[in-house]
Design a protein around this ligand. Structure first.
Ligand code: G3P
Ligand code: CA
Length: 738
């Protein structure tokens, strides 16, 4: 049954959304319409196989004709047989080397322990009941027809599938314990010839034993072979070398499902190896593996996978973002054109009245949707659930609204960035540690993807087509930790350079419009923040904190331009807006969310990318953006703006700095830096002294994120730097000024 999964990837809408004002000067690259992009995180063919593991073994006794029948009724593409060999050399379908778990051998032959298959003839085994154990083990699924089910021979099982499969159901069989049964491979091929299925397209032979597969290859060179893997078999091996090596004899791999990560997908698919993980029974796991681009799944619940594959479903989780005290943006992605419905309620069981929002996932947006929910109550946890209208598969989420205006409630946020660069790809660990803190919200401080770095989603960077950029976001959403954090925590995402290309300046970078389009597609960004592509905006958490989100890329002058009055990072309009926000804010804390640091040198000599010109390293470096930052620094000092914290990532180490820019012995503002979450780890260096920085803490060479808590009652703000395991490496409490 054809189940095309890659529909979601085939879109090629070349129109760029409303030209970003700062992109006026850019000549959008014509998307080089490569058919479906270059990602290796998608099936090798449109067909994703439903492989009924031991038959529909969640519903009937494994390896019985009854369980095989159910598998075919449930539209499985393949029925899987594990093979054992009897004393008289007959092949039977059975998982274990012994008869005791799945038959009544102990009753019928009480004195023949340990009831090894190889100690019994086929005739003796044919007297066994291979179904009643299931009724005892699963009374809620018991059926009278299971009583007396017999152990099928391979030949019988093949004929049964041929008879009931309408020529559509394929065969998938495993040589189990081939070292116990000499000649097993020859017997398998003999029966495949006898039953006339040896040349069937839909036939796979699988084994954990490479030796057995190589023997089968010698006996039947054209049969597709699947090399199975447990964790211990792959441990310590270079997966790229291993996949290259086995592609010599195998058509695919069958890894235990926890082994399936982007690296394995890339290693397998670049060697044209199918990936069929086992055993995948929960729809959430099915979806997670499908988002990695697997080519099929072994499952005890073929109906659950068929149900998913036949219609578009929520494929990459949900998220909420740009939360206020009365509104939120909800985000979801499907894997095909479909209506999407969100239900929002304060009741996690959705029994009480819910708000319902719908939207349509279309190709133009890579099937992502953003809906705005208004009229929410402040300081309230909201639960939501989303599903593609045509699909039953539902994903749940939650978020907290900001406290009401003028309230002074304690607040805990987490921030982090730099995810997916310099060879680091999912799985990441930090997101799980963040979730464990149950924060009020998450600030994703840029480099949410590395569009210009080589990863399985874009093996030949930089990303240039919108499909490539989209593939990068999907790649990071394959991370279960990130998906889970986004599902239950409101998120404010900002971009930095790698959402487009290293150290880019918006107006002069041709890739800006395409990168921006994909960034807005993949994050829950409010209309008011994304209109005319501003991306800068202020969000309040009551009167505890105002978070002033900057856009450090969209309006900036080229990095190479010599610093001076006409060089800008923010653009005149945004700079004015920032000063106005600082002036008007009466919040206890003013947090400025910026994607670049103040005094840590970044970028290159004569093309500095942060504010600093790093003249402590190269006294003659004319670049950097210090002229503009001095305006901001002076404004804060002259206007007496209190409790200002610049929060960023970008530099790939953690550092906490206080600034005395006017050298009066009093701190004028602070800077909190964390990261990376998943990119190259760097060690801290010297700071540009221009604005009077003093290091309170600096540590590198580890994955980390930041926690920022404001306790208005005690006039305190506390920063913590935690590593990817949630261990605190540094904590410091700032006394807040009135
Ligand atoms: O054959 C794939 C998978 O079934 C391997 O594990 O033990 O269930 O045969 P097992
Ligand atoms: Ca098996």
């Amino acid at each position: 049954m054809k189940k095309s999964l890659i529909a979601g990837l085939a879109c090629l809408s070349l129109s760029v959304t409303a030209a970003a004002p700062y992109a006026v000067f850019a000549h959008p690259i014509q998307n080089m319409a490569t058919e479906n992009g270059q990602s290796t995180l998608r099936p090798l063919t449109p067909d994703v196989a439903v492989i009924a593991h031991r038959g529909a073994s969640a519903y009937g006794p494994e390896h019985t004709l009854a369980a095989y029948k159910q598998a075919m009724t449930m539209k499985a593409d393949y029925v899987e047989f594990d093979l054992q060999m009897t004393k008289d050399g007959q092949l039977i379908a059975m998982h274990d080397e012994t008869l005791s778990r799945t038959t009544n051998a102990k009753e019928i032959y009480p004195d023949r322990a340990p009831w090894r298959v190889k100690d019994f003839t086929l005739e003796e085994i044919s007297r066994l009941d291979a179904g009643s154990w299931f009724n005892k083990a699963y009374p809620d699924k018991a059926k009278t027809e299971y009583v007396g089910q017999h152990v099928p021979t391979l030949e019988e099982a093949i004929e049964f599938v041929k008879q009931h499969g309408n020529g559509k159901v394929g065969l998938y069989m495993e040589t189990k314990a081939p070292n116990v049964y000499p000649g097993m491979e020859e017997k398998v091929i003999e029966i495949l010839k006898k039953t006339n299925v040896l040349n069937d397209e839909k036939l796979f032979l699988e084994s954990f034993s490479e030796e057995s597969l190589r023997k089968l290859r010698t006996l039947a060179p054209n049969v597709k072979l699947i090399q199975l893997y447990t964790g211990s078999m792959l441990a310590g091996k270079d997966v790229y070398q291993e996949m290259k090596r086995i592609s010599e004899y195998a058509a695919g791999v069958g890894p235990s499902k926890e082994l399936v990560v982007p690296k394995l997908m890339e290693a397998a698919h670049q060697n044209k190896l199918l990936v069929h993980p086992w055993t995948v029974n929960a729809q959430e796991d099915m979806v997670s593996l499908l988002s990695l681009g697997v080519d099929g799944e072994f499952t005890n619940n073929p109906d659950q996978l068929d149900d998913l594959l036949k219609k578009p479903f929520i494929s990459h989780g949900v998220a909420s973002g740009d939360i206020t005290d009365s509104s939120a943006i909800l985000w979801a992605r499907t894997n095909g054109d479909a209506g999407v419905q969100f239900e929002i309620s304060t009741d996690s069981n959705f029994k009480s009245k819910s708000i319902v929002k719908t939207s349509h996932a279309d190709e133009e947006h890579d099937y992502t949707v953003n809906v705005e929910v208004n009229g929410l109550k402040p300081d309230t946890t909201y639960y939501y659930r989303a599903h593609a209208v045509s699909s039953k598969y539902t994903v749940n989420g939650s978020f907290k609204t900001a406290p009401e205006e003028n309230s002074l409630k304690p607040m805990t946020m987490v921030w982090g960035g730099d995810t997916g660069g310099q060879g680091e790809i999912p799985p990441y660990k930090s997101f799980k540690a963040m979730s464990a803190l149950n924060p009020d919200f998450f600030l994703f401080s840029g480099d949410t993807i590395y569009a210009d770095n080589k990863t399985p989603a874009v093996p030949n960077p930089p990303s240039e087509t919108v499909e490539d950029f989209w593939a990068k976001y999907k790649e990071n959403r394959t991370d279960a930790g990130l998906r889970s954090l986004l599902q239950k925590t409101g998120t404010f995402a900002i971009w930095d350079d790698h959402e487009v290309i290293n150290d880019f300046s918006g107006p002069s970078q041709p890739l800006t419009p395409t990168g921006l389009r994909a960034f807005k597609n993949y994050w829950p960004i409010s209309e008011e923040r994304s209109q005319s592509d501003k991306l800068y905006h202020k969000y309040s958490w009551g009167n505890t904190m105002d978070m002033i989100i900057l856009n450090n890329r969209g309006y900036r002058s080229p990095n190479t331009q010599a610093d001076g009055p006409d060089k800008t990072m923010l653009g005149e309009e945004q700079l004015k807006w920032l000063e106005q926000q600082l002036l008007e804010s009466d919040a206890k804390v003013k947090l400025i969310a910026t994607s670049v640091p103040i005094s840590v040198p970044t970028g290159k000599t004569n093309s500095r990318d942060g504010w600093a010109n790093a003249d402590q390293i190269n006294p003659n470096d004319p670049t950097g953006y210090e002229t503009e930052f001095k305006k901001i620094s002076d404004f804060i000092i002259e206007r007496g703006i209190k409790n200002v914290f610049f929060v960023t990532t970008d530099v790939h180490f953690a550092e906490v700095i206080k600034y005395d820019a006017n050298k009066d012995g009093k701190t004028d503002y602070n800077e909190l830096i964390s990261g990376p979450i998943g990119a190259v780890k760097i060690n801290p260096g010297t700071l540009d002294p221009t604005f009077g920085p003093e290091k309170l803490y600096a540590e590198g060479n580890f994955f980390n994120f930041g926690v920022f808590k404001v306790d208005p009652a005690n006039k305190q703000a506390t920063v913590e730097i935690q590593d990817e395991n949630g261990k605190t490496h540094f904590t410091h409490t700032f006394q807040l000024e009135d």
